[in-house]
Design a protein around this ligand. Structure first.
Ligand code: KIV
Length: 255
């Protein structure tokens, strides 16, 4: 196993919470690595917050490779996990071929969406020696079929399906699982049931770690902030203000 992943893999038994953030470019990756994040995710959320698409479903393997390479150039310490985009892992064979491409781009692990339905893909990539992070709960690549970003696990049947998904992902060999928009008490129970760490997003505080889109943390996408995210900076306003000052300086005949 890649040594950069070591502290991530031992965090749960050590009782150490995992702080993960997304990054899509060199300077952000370098800043977040210097800040001490435990892992960086090159998420296909880049479709929205970097490329201006309405959702993640237009992101391609070429996009993911391009941004993974940029992130890897900025990192000295933190492991880099890269998303397999929609339709890049429809079959186990395709999943392995595309996971290899992300590893060639410098990723330490790959992430894919789906539980029981995608256990064969997780098992095939793992058998190829590539660490996999699962992703269950709300699956952004299915947002069009789902009709929006909705909380998961609201009924006993839905909670049982999530447990089945989580156990299938673990049994297939995943090293961790992202749980997105899972009802908080269900996320707590899944966290207790699993040996591998759970990384929550909008799933409450009782996961083994948390992941956020950096734009939501830094206030870098001020036009939309998910309800569960609390920005700790206003980088969007800072950039807009600096640009407005620059425009005023230049229009005023300054340097
Ligand atoms: O693409 C992404 O940024 C993600 C996170 C929301 C977990 O998958």
């Amino acid at each position: 196993m890649n040594s950069r992943l070591e502290s991530l893999l031992t965090a749960k038994p050590r009782g150490q919470k995992i702080a993960m953030l997304t990054a899509y470019d060199y300077p952000t990756a370098r800043l977040l690595d210097e800040a001490g994040v435990d892992a960086l995710l090159v998420g296909d959320s880049l479709g929205m917050v970097v490329l201006g698409y309405p959702d993640t479903t237009l992101v391609t393997m070429d996009d993911m490779i391009h941004h993974t390479q940029a992130v890897v150039r900025g990192v000295q310490r933190a492991p880099v996990i890269a998303d397999l985009p929609i339709h890049s892992y429809d079959t186990p064979e395709q999943a392995v071929a595309n996971a290899r491409r992300l590893v060639e781009a410098g990723a330490d692990a790959v992430k894919l969406e789906g539980g029981v339905s995608h256990a064969p893909q997780i098992a095939a990539i793992t058998a190829d020696g590539i660490p996999v992070v699962g992703h269950i709960g709300m699956l952004p690549q299915s947002v069009r079929e789902e009709g929006g970003y909705k909380i998961k696990g609201k009924t006993p049947e839905a909670a049982q399906q999530l447990l089945d998904d989580a156990l299938a992902v673990q049994a297939a060999g995943a090293i961790a699982v992202v749980m997105e928009l899972v009802k908080h008490d269900v996320a707590r129970d899944l966290t207790a049931a699993l040996r591998i760490p759970t990384i929550g997003i909008g799933s409450g505080p009782e996961c083994d770690g948390q992941v956020l889109v950096i734009h939501d943390l830094a206030g870098l996408f001020p036009w939309f902030t998910p309800k569960f995210a609390q920005p700790l900076a206003a980088a969007g306003s800072t950039i807009r203000d600096a640009a407005a000052q620059y425009v005023a300086q230049v229009h005023g005949g300054g340097k």
